[in-house]
Structure formats: structure tokens, C-alpha cells
Design a protein around this ligand. Structure first.
Ligand code: ZN
Length: 491
């Protein structure tokens, strides 16, 4: 491991040099989606952030087991443990079996994550497939004295836990403050304290997602699945737990309490949280009408959108900010990202067309190290991108004959783009994607058509030349006539 990665640990509130518990193996758990509706920009930021971490850890030599769950039970509309299960509600409204809802939205989630070129996790466990394990966790917490049964439900005893450990270490909240600010909610009479949260909920008669347990027919509390499944797949101590900043409290705070109450020690070494995306300064919310799903974004199908944005424009837009800073979405910002990305891809495609000189008049060594330094500094993709722009400026100047580069310089520039832009930042050139390894033959076939068109033009055979241009345009090619002949690109 030549590279020393420093990551910001939300638990300690500082950047720490990453030291895995069992190098070269790294265990990484990320809270995945609740599958009852389509994914939005928040999911994209979350997916891309932890994809960046996954890619980089693998690149610097670790063997990473990346676990990202699918929440398909017990996620109530009201986090305090009342209201209807969101998946069950959707199933009822659409007259579907709840697992049909789960499958439908899981498939759609995977599709947009693929479009964003995020790598699949190593394991993607479903909460509904781990009810037995969750019941075992509840039993351990009960045995250790940090939970109690009440009317068929089981609650976590936050005040008792807080006397022995510290409830609030992640979010830096204290229990008195929580007692003063927590509202009285349904099921309150079953709880010893209003800050207690459900580990198991007895199902109301109309609740369709239910499983047998020693306490009642019911379902597990939402926080429990992540404690249980992370420990099951990564062990009683593991390296990284990630999620969106909105999950820090109560979800992750409750996970820490459950982990400590069942295992009697902390389980997670580094907690990482990505920041949120706002839309024109506002939080995304269905009630504000600014809730844009990724499908709508890719299709340009929402009244707030001026046009469609490709998945790579969205990915690049996200990576242009550091994952811990806020990002504000607007059409202008997305269009700026789109242009910036095409400038980089344009520069990359010029590298092979530059004639190497015997000597160079500009320094390219050092750029690679600067990119590594930025990545090692808590995955600062924004700074990596600024160095890629330095590289692009050098390439453009060499292409225009203003500076000269040796073959080694050109190889180094190509290496930097291949490694940082494509492998680590995970960008793909969408114009070339879809044809994959056949790109070269594909590109030669289009060049051949353009040659025929050039000959037709030379013979003043306008019908043939127009036909080739128009037919290519119809299937998505943009043809530009320049002084050195015609150039094409996929729109
Ligand atoms: Zn979780």
C-alpha cells in the first residue's frame, strides 16, 4: 500500500489515516435504499460517493467486501415507530404483493446505479431475508438487559444504555436534550421513555408484512437490520460504515447503541457520511414539487428541467464537489458540468493525435502525485478534477503546437486520464459506450460513410451526400464539416 488514505471519521470528528483492522481485507457497509419509490439525486450522490471509496480502496491494493443492504421491511412512515410501512402502503394502493413492490423498485434502483457506472456491492442483503438473525440480535440485547418487552413489542432501553455507555456519541446529542425535544407519539404508553425505539413491533391487524417471533407476529425495527446484517457479513468489528448525513440520527446512532448493547463493544471503526443535495437551495421534498427522480433527470422529463442530463453529466456534477460539502442542483450547474466533462473527454481524445517531440517545454511530472494527494485527502474528487483540467490545458496547448511534449509525457498524460478520470472517478465516455470493444470497427464504418459522402460532394452528387448526412442525423450522429473534412460525434 503505497498510498495513505486519510478519511474523515464522523465518530471522532477528525480526519484519520485509514488503518484497516485486517489488512489487506477491508469491510465496508453502506445503508442502501428503502425500495418503495424511484431513486432521486440524493441516491445518486450516495451511490457515487461510496462507489468512489470502493474503487479507490481497491485501486490502492485492498480486498474490499462492500455490503449494501436493501431495506424491504419495517420502514415506517413515522421514524418513531408508528404509521404504515411504506412498502406495504404502496402494495395496498397498487394492489400488489409487497415483494412485487420490492422487486420492482430494486430493479429500477439497480438500473440507475448501473447507468451512473457504480460498481455492484459484493453482497446486497435484504432485511426480509434476515428476520431470524434480527430476532437473535434482539435476544442478545434482551439478555444483556438493554431492552424490554411490552405488549408484544420490544423496545430498546435508551436511558439504561446511556447510564453504562453513551447514547449520542455519533450525533453529539445528549439524552436530556432529546427528552425535551422528542414529541409524544403513538405507542408511547408501551414505552418506558419517549426516547426508546422499537427493536420489534407487534403488527396491527391491517399490517400485511409480518413474521412470527417469540413476542408477537410483527416486524423488526428499521435500525436493527443494519446492525444485524453488517455484523453477519463483516464480523463483530469492521472498518467502515457509510451512509447519507440524514441517516446519522437516529438511524446510525441507534445502530451504535444496538451494536454496543449486543456485543458490549463498538463494532465500527470509521463512520462516513456524504452530504445532501439541495435544489435551488431547498431540500428535496415531494411537497415542494422539486422532487426529481433520476429517470426524469436522464429523460429531461420534469418541469424544473430545461433538458435531459446524461448519467455521466450527473456523476461528474456530483464528483465536482467534495462528498462532505453541500451541492446545489440547478440547470445551470448541470450544464456547466456537462461542458466541463466534454472538455476533458475532448482533450483525452487529442492525446493520440499529438506528435511527440524530442524534448518537452512543459512539465507533466508531478500531476500524478497531485491527483493521488487529493484522493488521499479524504477522497477530494473536486481537487482531482482540477488537476485533470491542468492536464487538459497542457494537451490542448500541445495539440495547437504552442508547447511540445515527449512521447513519455504523452504516455503519462494518457495514464493519468485512464487511471483517475476513468478507473477511479468512474467516468465513461458515453459517446463510445454501448459499442464497447467494437468501438474501433464502429468508428471506421462511420468514417467510411463520411468518405463516400466526401466523394459524392466532390462529384456534386448532392442527393447522396445529403442522404448520408440526414440518415446519420436521424440515428443520432452529429456531422460537422470542417476544413480537414467532416467530423462526427454521437449526440
Ligand atoms: Zn442502515
Amino acid at each position: 500500500m503505497d498510498q495513505k488514505l486519510a478519511i474523515y471519521n464522523t465518530l471522532t470528528r477528525q480526519k484519520e489515516v485509514f488503518e484497516p483492522l485486517h489488512a489487506p481485507h477491508v469491510g465496508m457497509y453502506v445503508c442502501g435504499p428503502t425500495v418503495y419509490s424511484d431513486s432521486h439525486l440524493g441516491h445518486a450522490r450516495h451511490g457515487v460517493t461510496f462507489d468512489l471509496l470502493f474503487r479507490y480502496l481497491k485501486h490502492i491494493g485492498y480486498k474490499v467486501r462492500y455490503v449494501r443492504n436493501i431495506t424491504d421491511v419495517g420502514h415506517l412512515e413515522n421514524e418513531a415507530g408508528s404509521g404504515e410501512d411504506r412498502i406495504a402502503k404502496k402494495a395496498r394502493l397498487e394492489q400488489l404483493e409487497p415483494m412485487e413492490v420490492v422487486q420492482y423498485y430494486s430493479n429500477r434502483y439497480h438500473k440507475v446505479m448501473d447507468a451512473l457506472n457504480t460498481l455492484s456491492p459484493s453482497i446486497e442483503p435484504h432485511a426480509s431475508g434476515h428476520i431470524i438473525e434480527q430476532i437473535a440480535t434482539i435476544n442478545r440485547i434482551l439478555e444483556n438487559g438493554y431492552a424490554y418487552e411490552s405488549n408484544g413489542s420490544v423496545y430498546f432501553d435508551v436511558e439504561k444504555y446511556n447510564k453504562d455507555y453513551n447514547y449520542g456519541i455519533l450525533s453529539h446529542r445528549n439524552i436530556e436534550e432529546m427528552l425535551n425535544t422528542t414529541r409524544e407519539l403513538d405507542g408511547q404508553d408501551e414505552k418506558r421513555s419517549k426516547v426508546d425505539f422499537a427493536l420489534w413491533k407487534k403488527a396491527a391487524p391491517e399490517h400485511i408484512m409480518r413474521w412470527p417471533s417469540p413476542w408477537s407476529e410483527g416486524f423488526p425495527g428499521w435500525h436493527l437490520e443494519c446492525s444485524t446484517m453488517s455484523i453477519k457479513y463483516l464480523g463483530k468489528e469492521f472498518d467502515i460504515h457509510g451512509g447519507g448525513l440524514d441517516l446519522m440520527f437516529p438511524h446510525h446512532e441507534c445502530e451504535i447503541a444496538q451494536n454496543t448493547a449486543s456485543e458490549k463493544h463498538q463494532v465500527v471503526k470509521y463512520w462516513m457520511h456524504n452530504n445532501m443535495i439541495t435544489i435551488k437551495g431547498q431540500k428535496m421534498a415531494r411537497s415542494l414539487g422539486n422532487f426529481i427522480t433520476l429517470e426524469q433527470l436522464f429523460a429531461g422529463d420534469h418541469e424544473l428541467l430545461e433538458k435531459a442530463y446524461s448519467p455521466m453529466a450527473v456523476r461528474f456534477f456530483i464528483l465536482q464537489a467534495h462528498y462532505r460539502s453541500t451541492v446545489d442542483f440547478s440547470n445551470e450547474a448541470l450544464q456547466a458540468s456537462e461542458k466541463a466533462l466534454s472538455r476533458l473527454l475532448d482533450a483525452y481524445s487529442k492525446i493520440d493525435k499529438i506528435e511527440a517531440s524530442a524534448t518537452s517545454t512543459v512539465e507533466v511530472n508531478g500531476l500524478r502525485d497531485k491527483c493521488y494527494q487529493a484522493m488521499n485527502d479524504d477522497l477530494n474528487s473536486a481537487v482531482v478534477i482540477s488537476h485533470l483540467f491542468e492536464a487538459a490545458t497542457i494537451i490542448n496547448s500541445a495539440f495547437d503546437g504552442k508547447v511540445s511534449l515527449t512521447q513519455d509525457d504523452l504516455n503519462e498524460l494518457k495514464f493519468i486520464f485512464d487511471l483517475f478520470l476513468f478507473d477511479i472517478l468512474g467516468i465513461i465516455d458515453e459517446a463510445k459506450s454501448g459499442v464497447g470493444d467494437n468501438y474501433e470497427s464502429f468508428s471506421k464504418a462511420i468514417d467510411l460513410l463520411l468518405d463516400i459522402r466526401a466523394k459524392a460532394k466532390a462529384n456534386k452528387d448532392w442527393a447522396t451526400s445529403d442522404q448520408i448526412r440526414d440518415e446519420l442525423a436521424k440515428i443520432g450522429f452529429e456531422i460537422k464539416d470542417g476544413k480537414d473534412g467532416a467530423e462526427w460525434k454521437l449526440k
